[in-house]
Ligand binder design. Structure first.
Ligand SMILES: *[C@@H]1O[C@H](CO)[C@@H](O)[C@H](O)[C@H]1NC(C)=O
Ligand SMILES: *[C@@H]1O[C@H](CO)[C@@H](O)[C@H](O)[C@H]1NC(C)=O
Ligand SMILES: *[C@@H]1O[C@H](CO)[C@@H](O)[C@H](O)[C@H]1NC(C)=O
Ligand SMILES: *[C@@H]1O[C@H](CO)[C@@H](O)[C@H](O)[C@H]1NC(C)=O
Length: 444
């Protein structure tokens, strides 16, 4: 036996050194910078679309079913319509069909063309003024890969929208990127094309005016930031929840929401429980309201009115305690709790204010929010304030919508395979930030 063992070991050693011929070079994660537009608080990715590939700015929406692109001046040599009876069309139920189009043929006019119905991704669009029936198109979509060049998928499906949809979107933006829980979202379409990569994407939003954050598709890590920091190693996990009464174009068909929810169970301020009606934290199985949604299209976390009231009272009390000794001043809308900036100390984690903790499915799964994620600097003519960046969300819809400010400089990993969310809490505590992601060197 001993005689045999040595050659066998050598054999296996040699075998393990032979590079696998079949494996293509690692292309994923596919990645894109995410730039915040400060006048609209929208987060914008750059994808490459059409033939020839054109950089296209799209608003990132974690809650949209499908992506759409302004098609009124869409020029590409490779786009195709989706025939109504095709296998693609049949896999997407509850949509429409345009049998005959009278106008000149083009991206928005073809016979036997599959149509997307209204998906209401953004509140700013007035759907009464624009045609909400839009042709589905298939074309190339490319993103920067791990090797520094572009990787494309040739059958990216999106909706061909009218210019009216662009109202309210940041300057230079020509559409919307769906990262929602849907078979048509960008991460899932990428996963279909690169099926050896995990069905998982990560997002790190930067609040910086000039420096972008990053979205990474098809990777569970490593997520490499400057100074050798791999953020995939510092995540806590909580199940992703999907609203069974999700938004849909057809109110008669109940299908899962494209939005991501998490199972928040409690809120603490400075270590103390905030008392409120916990029933609001469940998704109501009659109306679909309630629950805790994550949203990239609301700039500040929205809390249901009664939660908002209890939360701000708790925050005011803790901020006034001797540890912080903060006295409020006249607030600036939409905020209701503001302090003079010169009264607030600054730390590595932003302004020194009571810590907010979101307790998730387990007592030890806690999303911590420090001043950098809870406070907004408001500087106007004669005022310089730090305001609590949470707003009253009224009584309809989700009870809590965790918004942009609260997501910045946090790494979020959406594992669609295991249906769980990995989150880092503020990465400022690790000496890095979302603008410190190391993009591969671009090869021309
Ligand atoms: C789609 O298929 C159905 C059933 O086979 C048929 O009745 C219908 O006319 C087809 N529609 C188009 C636009 O081809
Ligand atoms: C659709 O078909 C009709 C005839 O069936 C034709 O007149 C029309 O030009 C076609 N439309 C397009 C956009 O090709
Ligand atoms: C995606 O497609 C698969 C198979 O067609 C289906 O089982 C699944 O429910 C779909 N997921 C969503 C979110 O639509
Ligand atoms: C708290 O702030 C007030 C003024 O805002 C100051 O007079 C007082 O000395 C401070 N107390 C402590 C304990 O720092």
């Amino acid at each position: 036996m001993a005689k045999l063992a040595v050659p066998l070991l050598i054999f296996f050693f040699l075998l393990s050194c032979i590079p696998s011929q079949a494996a293509p070079p690692l292309q994923t994660p596919l990645q894109t910078p995410i730039q915040k537009d400060h006048s609209t608080s929208q987060y914008i990715i750059t994808a490459y679309l059409k033939t020839p590939l054109m950089p296209t700015k799209l608003v990132l929406d974690l809650g949209a079913t499908y992506s759409w692109v302004n098609c009124d001046d869409y020029i590409s040599s490779t786009y195709q319509h989706v025939p109504c009876n095709s296998s693609i069309a049949n896999s997407l139920s509850a949509y429409g069909c345009e049998d005959i189009c009278d106008g000149p043929p083009g991206p928005n006019c073809a016979n036997n063309s599959f149509l997307f119905l209204l998906d209401k991704p953004l509140e700013t669009v007035d759907y009464k003024k624009v045609n909400s029936l839009n042709d589905a198109l298939v074309d190339y979509l490319a993103l920067l890969n791990n090797l520094g060049s572009l990787s494309s998928i040739d059958n990216f499906i999106f909706s061909c929208a009218r210019t009216g949809f662009l109202k309210g979107l940041a300057k230079g933006v020509t559409g919307l990127a769906s990262l929602g829980n849907s078979n048509l979202s960008i991460p899932v379409q990428i996963n279909k094309a690169f099926s050896s990569s995990p069905n998982c994407f990560a997002m790190c939003l930067s609040g910086s005016i000039s420096q972008p954050g990053v979205a990474l598709f098809g990777s569970k890590g490593p997520y490499n930031f400057l100074h050798g920091i791999d953020l995939s190693k510092s995540l806590l996990y909580t199940p992703l929840i999907f609203n069974p009464l999700g938004r849909d174009s057809d109110s008669n068909t109940h299908r899962l929401s494209p939005e991501y929810y998490v199972g928040l169970t409690a809120i603490k301020v400075n270590g103390k429980m905030v008392a409120f009606n916990k029933a609001l934290l469940a998704i109501d199985d009659q109306s679909g309201s309630g629950g805790t949604r994550i949203s990239t299209v609301v700039p500040y976390t929205k809390l249901q009115s009664s939660i908002y009231k209890a939360f701000t009272l708790a925050f005011l009390k803790e901020a006034a305690s001797s540890a912080f000794n903060l006295t409020t001043t006249k607030p600036v809308k939409p905020f209701r709790v503001c302090y003079p900036a010169d009264a607030v100390k600054t730390t590595q984690m932003g302004p020194a204010v009571p810590i907010i903790e979101l307790v998730l499915d387990r007592q030890d799964v806690v999303w911590k929010m420090f001043g950098s994620n809870s406070m907004v600097r408001v500087t106007k003519k004669s005022v310089d304030l730090w305001c609590l960046g949470f707003v009253d969300g009224g009584i309809d819809g989700p009870s809590i919508m965790i918004g942009g400010l609260q997501l910045e400089d946090n790494l979020l990993q959406f594992d669609l395979q295991s249906q769980k969310l990995g989150f880092s809490s503020s990465i400022l505590s690790k000496g890095t930030n979302c603008a410190d992601y190391e993009f591969p060197t671009r090869k021309v």
